[in-house]
Ligand binder design. Structure first.
Ligand SMILES: Cc1cc2nc3c(=O)[nH]c(=O)nc-3n(C[C@H](O)[C@H](O)[C@H](O)COP(=O)(O)O)c2cc1C
Length: 218
């Protein structure tokens, strides 16, 4: 059991996590890579809960870990190269603008169990797949919270232009994996960037509107 100050620290980190989307048309100077930072963020994912191992076949095709998520990290230099690639291939979305500022991008995928029958669906609607996504989401949230604790502005994007098979091939990500989030980590000093928050943040419902006590009849 932790003391009150420990608990308060966690409460403070939880309440200060927020989406920060930092963008610029022009690429920002590339800072020295900070391997300790990425190590701290990945270590947070390492602590996330997961219920079932990823399918054995998939573990043979790519990285071998049993967790049902994978993280592919790009430092600022790689972000700028990826930005230029997107611009050169006609991308006019906000992704190149985010990659112009980001110190790190982590492409987080999850590993759906291979379908037993031919299917045109992205993945089978099984409980195990649901739990794989849940576990990968817990890993993402751990990373966002760790970044928040280090005062690193961060953003969980669905990926947009970073979801395509071409980008998977470019980053050598197995096509059997599904992108769950493109996590962007920005410099602490965002002076000069176009900064936006999460669009739904101001309209969050109160917990009374999404939770209730359950009372069973005696
Ligand atoms: C699974 C997931 C995907 C998201 N994808 C996007 C996205 O593609 N673009 C975006 O602007 N925000 C995205 N967000 C961030 C949400 O917009 C944001 O969390 C929400 O507006 C609440 O703001 P807050 O994170 O500051 O509390 C995503 C969040 C989650 C959980």
């Amino acid at each position: 059991m932790q003391d009150d100050s420990h608990s308060q620290t966690l409460a403070d980190i939880l309440s200060s996590r927020c989406t920060t989307k930092a963008m610029d048309e022009r690429p920002w100077p590339i800072p020295q890579p900070d391997p300790k930072l990425i190590e701290q963020i990945l270590s947070a994912a390492q602590e996330a809960p997961f219920h079932k191992p990823a399918a054995r076949e998939l573990r043979k095709q790519g990285l071998p870990g049993i967790q049902p998520w994978r993280c592919y990290t790009l430092d600022a230099k790689q972000c700028r190269t990826l930005r230029q690639h997107l611009i050169d291939t006609g991308d006019t979305t906000k992704i190149p603008k985010l990659l112009a500022v980001a110190d790190y991008l982590i492409q987080v995928t999850w590993l759906p169990n291979p379908s037993t029958e031919p299917s045109s669906e992205l993945f089978d609607p099984s409980i195990q797949n649901m739990e794989h996504i849940a576990a990968a989401s817990a890993a993402i949230q751990n990373m966002l919270l760790r970044a928040t604790s280090l005062d690193i502005p961060n953003y969980w994007s669905s990926g947009g232009a970073l979801r395509t098979p071409e980008i998977f091939t470019l980053l050598s990500i197995p096509e059997s994996e599904i992108l769950l989030g493109s996590l962007l980590f920005f410099p602490k000093d965002l002076d000069g960037a176009d900064v936006k928050g999460g669009s739904l943040r101001p309209s969050r419902s109160l917990k009374e509107d999404w939770s209730r006590p359950v009372r069973l009849r005696p």
